[in-house]
Design a protein around this ligand. Structure first.
Ligand SMILES: [Zn+2]
Length: 81
């Protein structure tokens, strides 16, 4: 399975057919309990933000940027219509 990072999506080689119209499913891993959860139908520009604002459904942990604890994006795929 191919893995993406949000930054690579904005790289020079990225091809975005219609900017911002595609939505994505992001699979995150909680920084506290390591539980996985999926955030669905994200617009491209929100992907980088999600690990900072999403609350873990398992333990309700939120990221705290101050102590550099962020949920990790472990997979990213195009959302199906
Ligand atoms: Zn958690």
């Amino acid at each position: 399975m191919k893995r993406f990072t949000p930054l690579s999506l904005f790289g020079p080689s990225a091809t975005l057919p219609r900017d911002g119209t595609k939505e994505w499913d992001a699979v995150l891993r909680c920084h506290r309990c390591s539980g996985r959860f999926t955030i669905r139908n994200l617009p491209l520009k929100r992907i980088a933000l999600v690990p900072q604002v999403a609350a873990c459904p398992h333990c309700t942990a939120r990221s705290s940027a101050g102590v550099k604890k962020l949920h990790q994006i472990i997979d990213l795929r195009k959302a199906k219509d």
